[in-house]
Design a protein around this ligand. Structure first.
Ligand code: NAP
Length: 313
């Protein structure tokens, strides 16, 4: 028993219909109007807003109801809530369903899926025999798209257009599940690549998680009486500090080991600048700035994202 091909998908369930889930719902409704899209979440206000926006076709009153008939399930809750969400839905999923998460950290998601769904494999019983959902149908995904504003009100139907989506399948993931996940993200306009979960967490630790941590630290440390005068440099540097606290608490916590290692590298770079300033070594100061400036000038927005404005993740 395997997952369906995209043309046969009739029902998608969104669990956590905020910025990322709501945007996927809007986009798949536009790309594939024949697909019904249901959603389940904590707040009725969110679900009713998603219905009003046309992101979903109906609201599910419980998690089992949401996933029972779904061919595809997208879990788009903060990463810290994924374990409980996957555990609660496990017994109610169709064995042929595809389940994806959209979390910003991936090694933790692979481990969570292994913990929650892996025992089905360990028991040796086939999914058909046990009606258990197979680990092979879980595909971890990370859309490199978003913004610093959370919630369904900020969802956009073209959020994924021309953006990268990274899949981090494990050795347990079935090829047809990867194919359907790829087809779905491509249907909403994204370009899909694959990466192993640890590499993903190293890369996004560097280009996303560490910059968010530094932006949070800067905002907490800066003299508040000065910021009213902030110009475009302040605006560019601090935009991501306005990100959702729960979403980012969970991202930083689940990629903690990688981020802490990268903080050490940052501290060394900061210490070099601090030392040059302390010693009044303007030659060294200019050398360090030249090195940073050259590195930044050589950077190009990755090709599929080149016409985008905000590229958060
Ligand atoms: P969001 O707008 O705050 O949406 C999160 C959704 O999850 C909301 O619908 C919320 O329900 C629900 N939720 C929150 N806490 C929950 C809990 N403890 N249990 C069950 N449901 C809960 O956040 P988002 O930006 O869409 O982020 C969702 C996921 O996408 C996260 O894993 C994040 O790492 C990932 N992601 C985010 C971005 C980005 O730029 N924001 C980019 C790529 C990936 P209510 O509406 O009922 O409160």
């Amino acid at each position: 028993m395997t997952v369906l091909a995209l043309h046969a998908v009739r029902r998608v369930a969104i669990i956590g219909c905020g910025l990322i889930g709501g945007s996927f719902a809007l986009a798949i409704r536009k790309a594939r109007p024949e697909i019904t899209v249901t959603a389940y979440g904590r707040s009725q206000t969110t679900l009713q807003e998603a219905l009003r926006m046309g992101a979903i076709t109906d609201v599910s009153s419980s998690l089992p109801d949401a996933v029972r008939d779904a061919d595809v399930v997208l879990i788009s809750v903060p990463v810290g809530a994924t374990h409980e969400t996957l555990s609660s839905m496990r017994a109610h999923l169709k064995p042929t369903a595809l389940v994806m998460d959209a979390g910003s950290t991936k090694a933790d998601m692979v481990a969570t899926a292994q913990t929650v769904l892996g025992e089905n494999m360990a028991s040796g019983a086939s999914p058909e025999a046990t009606s258990h959902f197979p680990l092979s149908h879980f595909v971890p995904a990370h859309p490199i798209a978003g913004k610093e504003k959370a919630g369904i009100a900020h969802a956009e139907g073209d959020l994924y257009a021309n953006r990268l989506v990274i899949l981090t399948p494990s050795s347990a993931t079935a090829a047809p599940a990867i194919s359907l996940a790829t087809a779905l993200w491509e249907a909403v306009g994204a370009r899909v690549i694959q990466m192993d979960a640890d590499t993903h967490d190293h890369v996004f630790g560097a280009v996303s998680h560490l910059p968010h941590l530094l932006a949070f630290a800067y905002m907490n440390g800066v003299d508040p009486s000065t910021i009213a005068m902030g110009g475009t440099g302040f605006q560019d540097f601090t935009r991501i500090a306005g990100s959702d606290p729960v979403v980012w608490r969970d991202i930083l916590s689940t990629n903690r080991t990688e981020i802490l290692a990268q903080v050490q590298g940052f501290e060394q770079a900061l210490a070099q600048l601090k030392s040059a300033l302390t010693e009044g070594d303007t030659v060294q100061l200019q050398t360090l700035i030249t090195q940073a400036s050259a590195q930044r000038k050589a950077w190009r927005v990755p090709a599929p994202l080149s016409d985008s404005n905000a590229i958060d993740d």
